[in-house]
Design a protein around this ligand. Sequence first.
Ligand code: G3P
Length: 226
Amino acid sequence: MKFFLDTADLSEIEEAASWGALAGVTTNPSLYARIGGKLDDFHNHIKRICEIVDGPVSAESVAMTRDEIVRDGRELAAIAPNVVVKVPTMVEGLAATRTLADEGIPVNMTLCFSVPQAILAARAGARYISPFIGRFDDISEDGLDQLNNVVQAIANYDFTDSTVNGEQIEIIAASVRSANHVTQAALMGADIATVPFGVLKKMVQHPLTDRGLDAFMKDWEKVQNA
Ligand code: G3P
């Protein structure tokens, strides 16, 4: 499993990147709004993220028609070689994904909540598919079960004839709200988890690690004083 950071906050990205285990970043319009992002600075902001992170950086199109999504996608992809265009799962999004994929532009199909949506995304040439976990939990359904269904369904088929250069599709577990979501997503074989910075920090922690470290430090003090 690889880890992406799900944020538009540059200081979080810089900090997480410095930990040495970050493989990419995902953003969305809400995350950009949360940091007070301005429309005319959006492309520059994505450029700044791409300068911090070598791996894929998802930037979302907010257009609603296939032609506009394709135009948006081309502009976003021109920002940096590691930009991935995030496109919502809808008819216009699928059509745009096919065009972008045929041009060699990688797409992360987002707002995916079902197996049929995921298979359509795969057939339309999406490089990444993002099933959401937490938003199912928000409506009292099991987001992890839904993610598992998508992971298994995609693994049942070979989609390399649909994707750019026959690349393997990667499933991004999205809308991750806890370290346990990450555990379960890893056990079911999701390729990537995109996590908020708060979850990433919790992933590092374990009370037995703290207790063990404390004991090691105390014992080392004894060695120094022996
Ligand atoms: O990047 C999309 C997804 O991760 C959003 O998560 O917490 O807003 O449902 P959330």
